[in-house]
Write a protein that binds this ligand. Structure first.
Ligand code: NAD
Ligand code: ZN
Length: 364
C-alpha cells in the first residue's frame, strides 16, 4: 500500500507526516536533499534500534555520522546523554542548515528533538518514529525534552519537526508488548474524540505490525493530534485543548510512578488509566455501565491491563496524582468522558471519587 501524507498545521508552522510502509524513503530523501545542498546530517538512534533495524540505519549512515546513545530506554533522556549529543553535533560541525534525524522511539525522539531545538539555538529535526507510541503520539506535536532527577520531562522545548515519517514496516521487529502499549494511545484518541476510530480498533482486534488497518489507524491518530495541537500548540487553553490528550494519563502516570518506573510500560499504565477514567466518568454520571464495559473490553483486547496487576497503596497513588505536572492550584485536573468519542477536562472532581475508582481497580 502506498504512503499517505497528513499535514500538521500549528502556530509555529506546517509539516508533513508520511505514514505507511516505506514512509522511511520520504525521510531519507529529505535528508539526502539537505546533504546535496551542503548541509550536515546527523542521525541519532538507541542501541536497540541500531541492532533491530540495520537496513534503516544504513540509509541514514550513508548521509552522515550516526550517534548511538549510551543507554536504551527512558534513562537515555538524561542531561548526560544530551551533553554527549551536543558534542557529537559540534564534532560533526553541523551548521544552522544542519539536519538531525531521530530514528527511534519516543525516547530518542524527545532527546534528539531537544538537542536539535537547542544546538545553535535550533536546527531542523526529522522524526522517524520506530515504535507505535512514537508514530501516533510523541513524533507529532513538537514537544521535546529530557528527564531530571526530580521528574520526567522537566527540561525541554517546543520544537516542531521538519518532517515525520511513520514507516509501519519498521514495526516488524518491535516487541509485541511495546506494540500493545502503543495501542493504549490509539484507544485514547478514539475515546477522546473519534468514535469511528474506536470502532475500527475494536473490529481489528489485537493489533499486529502488518495488520492492513494499521496505517489508516495511525493516520486517524495523527489527524486527531494535529487537530488538537493545531488549536492549542503550547497547551495554554483554559479548558479542553491539548490537555484532552491526557485522557487516562492522570491515573496512568500515578500508576507508573508508584509501581516504580519500568514495572508498567507507559502504555500499559495508560490502559489501566483509561479504564479508571471511564469508571470515574460513570461515577460522575457522565457515561453508563455499558460504556465502561466497552472501554475495559477494548483495552483488554489489545493485551493491556485494565486494572492494577498487583495492589498499590491508594494513598501513594492519590499523592502522585496531586503532584502530577498538570495539576493546577492544588486541584487535580482530570480528563473525563462525556461519551465514548468525546472528552472534557474537569478540575472539580472530589478526591474521594478518584480514590473510590483507585480502590475498585486493585489499589489497597
Ligand atoms: N514528546 C511527546 O509529545 C511525547 C508523547 C508521548 C510520549 N513521549 C515520550 O516517549 C517516551 C516513550 O517512547 P517509546 O514508548 O517509544 O519508548 P522507547 O523510545 O524507549 O522505545 C521502546 C524500546 O523499543 C526499542 N525499539 C524502538 N523501536 C524498535 C523497533 N522498531 N524494533 C525493535 N526495538 C525497537 C527501543 O530501543 C526501546 O528499547 C517517553 O520518554 C515519553 O515521555 C513523548
Ligand atoms: Zn501517553
Amino acid at each position: 500500500m502506498a504512503c499517505v501524507v497528513e499535514t500538521v498545521r500549528a502556530a509555529s508552522g506546517a509539516y508533513p507526516v508520511h505514514i505507511g510502509p516505506d514512509a522511511l524513503s520520504a525521510a531519507a530523501e529529505a535528508a539526502a536533499a539537505a546533504r546535496r545542498a551542503g548541509a550536515g546530517v546527523l542521525t541519532v538512534a538507541a542501541p536497540g534500534v541500531r541492532a533491530a533495524l540495520p537496513a534503516a540505519m544504513a540509509r541514514f549512515a550513508a548521509l552522515g555520522p550516526v550517534h548511538v546513545t549510551r543507554a536504551d530506554g527512558e534513562t537515555a533522556k538524561s542531561p548526560a546523554e544530551l551533553a554527549d549529543l551536543w558534542e557529537a553535533l559540534a564534532e560533526a560541525k553541523l551548521g544552522r542548515d544542519g539536519v538531525v534525524v531521530a530514528l527511534g522511539g519516543g525516547v530518542v525522539g524527545d532527546l534528539a528533538g531537544f538537542a536539535a531545538a537547542s544546538y545553535l539555538r535550533g536546527v531542523a529535526v526529522i522524526q522517524v518514529p520506530t515504535t507505535l507510541l512514537a508514530m501516533v503520539d510523541s513524533s507529532v506535536g513538537g514537544k521535546t525534552g529530557i528527564n531530571l532527577v526530580h521528574g520526567k520531562n522537566l527540561a525541554g522545548a517546543f520544537h516542531a519537526p521538519a518532517l515525520v515519517a511513520a514507516d509501519t514496516s519498521l514495526l516488524a521487529t518491535l516487541p509485541a508488548r511495546e506494540l500493545a502499549a502503543g495501542m493504549a494511545e490509539v484507544l485514547k484518541y478514539g475515546l477522546l474524540g473519534d468514535a469511528a476510530l474506536l470502532a475500527e480498533v475494536e473490529a481489528a482486534g489485537r493489533m499486529a505490525w502488518d495488520h492492513p488497518a494499521l496505517p489508516g489507524i495511525i493516520r486517524r491518530c495523527v489527524r486527531m493530534k494535529a487537530e488538537v495541537v493545531g488549536g492549542d500548540e503550547r497547551e495554554t487553553a483554559r479548558a479542553g485543548g491539548r490537555a484532552l490528550l491526557n485522557l487516562g494519563h492522570t491515573f496512568g502516570h500515578a500508576v507508573e510512578a508508584v509501581a516504580g518506573y519500568g514495572a508498567y510500560l507507559h502504555g500499559e499504565a495508560v490502559g489501566v488509566g483509561l479504564a479508571m477514567a471511564a469508571a470515574l466518568s460513570r461515577d460522575l454520571g457522565l457515561v453508563g455501565d455499558g460504556d465502561v464495559a466497552r472501554v475495559v473490553a477494548a483495552v483488554e483486547a489489545q493485551g493491556l491491563p485494565s486494572r492494577l496487576r498487583a495492589p498499590l497503596p491508594a494513598d501513594a497513588l492519590a499523592a502522585a496524582m496531586r503532584h502530577d505536572k498538570k495539576a493546577r492550584a492544588g486541584r487535580i485536573r482530570f480528563v473525563v468522558l462525556e461519551a465514548l468519542g468525546r472528552a472534557a477536562t474537569r478540575d472539580d472532581v472530589p478526591e474521594d471519587a478518584a480514590r473510590r475508582v483507585l480502590l475498585a481497580h486493585g489499589a489497597a
